[in-house]
Design a protein around this ligand. Structure first.
Ligand code: HEC
Length: 109
């Protein structure tokens, strides 16, 4: 390995480590914001279509547990008639899913 290579590898390792805490925020933007909106209010085209709840509302936040947040991402959500409204996010590790719990809670205004 040349000196430059070594520097590059080190640089990427540091970058990966420092980005780790931002994973949930990046995942939220990528996987969740199209329905829930960047701020969780659900003020999106999909959100209106699905009658999504405002996750920044304290009363809404009080209705679900941390486990519900985990399960919403892991197994998805259905409405009363059994129609799937939120599909589970495929290929995400349990740790990545757990990281959504504090993120979702932080949407509360
Ligand atoms: C296809 C649109 C869609 C996407 C994408 C989506 N959701 Fe949802 N989500 C919904 C709908 C619809 C509901 C059910 C109605 C509600 O609670 O607002 C819901 C409910 C929830 C709830 C409330 C769970 C409960 O038990 O009440 C949480 C928390 C949640 N979503 C988090 C997420 C997270 C985190 C992501 C990204 C990994 C995500 N959602 C992606 C549509 C979506």
């Amino acid at each position: 390995m040349t000196h430059l290579h070594r520097l590059l590898v080190l640089g990427f390792a540091t970058l990966a480590l420092s980005l780790h805490g931002a994973d949930a925020a990046a995942n939220w933007k990528q996987y969740c914001a199209k329905c829930h909106g960047p701020d969780g209010k659900g003020d999106t085209k999909m959100g209106h279509k699905l009658g999504i709840l405002d996750l920044s509302d304290a009363a809404v936040q009080a209705k679900f547990t941390d486990d519900d947040i985990f399960n919403a991402v892991k197994v998805g959500r259905k409405d009363e008639s059994g129609k799937v409204t939120m599909k589970p996010i495929e290929g995400m590790t349990d740790d990545e899913i757990k990281a959504f719990v504090p993120l979702v809670r932080s949407l509360k205004k």
